[in-house]
Design a protein around this ligand. Structure first.
Ligand code: ZN
Ligand code: FE
Length: 262
């Protein structure tokens, strides 16, 4: 089930890949330049590009995990595209042509994408923020009602990374890399059982998934109200888990640990 989301200057094609990943193609309508955001499945990504009549000119990797870079070489072979990935993971990004760090900008035609370093899930994880479009591709840093597991980073690093994401404009459309939302929602309601917005969203997510609909993309404003991992500094959440006087990083670490054991 392929969808195309339209923004000011770009279109974003979204389609399921592997068991629970999403593939994304973002295309600047004016120049025709088109980036695959990560490469969970080269065949599915090529098929989507062909179905839309788009030519893949770039791959923008968020981090090295195989469900994000596994299709790099096959796509490069097929499309002769330029691969951009995080400098901190240079040896683990197959076929990388350009390595980037936070505070750099890449572009599709005249549309810039700011690179923001968000270490935590992996040490080099980056996200791509298209400010002029109000769009961010956040990989495995932030999920709808969740966040990435801390495979390589500390809670303090991840909390700092999530604060950078939360600082983007509230109406930013957030494209995350996995459809984990139903499981995340089941967990989130155990943290804030009295958060009305969360309870309503839980119902909506159950309905969407029963209908086979994606819950991605989400928006930052919705996440700020309901995602426990973005709310570790919120007095209501702290109180709900009995950590009223704890510092934000400790609260974030506790919520992350509860999710790991959920
Ligand atoms: Zn990952
Ligand atoms: Fe992943």
């Amino acid at each position: 089930m392929r969808q195309v989301h339209k923004f000011k200057a770009v279109d974003v094609c979204q389609f399921p890949c592997l068991s629970d990943n999403y593939g994304f193609l973002v295309r600047d309508r004016q120049s025709g330049q088109c980036a695959a955001i990560d490469t969970p499945d080269a065949d599915a990504i090529s098929a989507a590009a062909e179905a839309e009549g788009w030519t893949i000119t770039h791959i923008w990797n968020t981090h090295w995990h195989p469900d994000h870079t596994g299709g790099n070489l096959a796509l490069k072979e097929r499309w002769d595209c330029t691969i951009i990935g995080p400098a901190a993971e240079r040896d683990r990004i197959p076929g990388a042509d350009r390595l980037v760090e936070g505070n750099e900008t890449v572009s599709l035609g005249d549309v810039p994408a700011d690179i923001i370093a968000t270490p935590g899930h992996t040490t080099g994880h980056i996200i791509y923020h298209l400010a002029s479009e109000g769009v961010a591709f956040v990989g495995d840093t932030l999920f709808a009602l969740g966040c990435g597991r801390l495979f390589e980073g500390t809670p303090a690093q991840m909390w700092d990374s999530l604060l950078k994401v939360r600082a983007l404009p509230a109406e930013t459309t957030i494209f995350c890399a996995h459809e984990y939302t139903a499981a995340n929602a089941r967990f989130a309601v155990t943290i804030e059982p009295e958060n009305r917005a969360l309870l309503e969203r839980h119902e909506e997510i159950i309905r969407l998934r029963q209908e086979g609909q994606p819950t991605v993309p989400t928006t930052l404003s919705r996440e700020a109200e309901t995602n426990p991992f973005l709310r570790a500094d919120n007095p209501a959440l702290k109180s709900a888990i009995g950590m009223t006087d704890a510092d934000d990083v400790s609260v974030f670490a506790e919520v992350r640990q509860r999710k790991d054991n959920f």
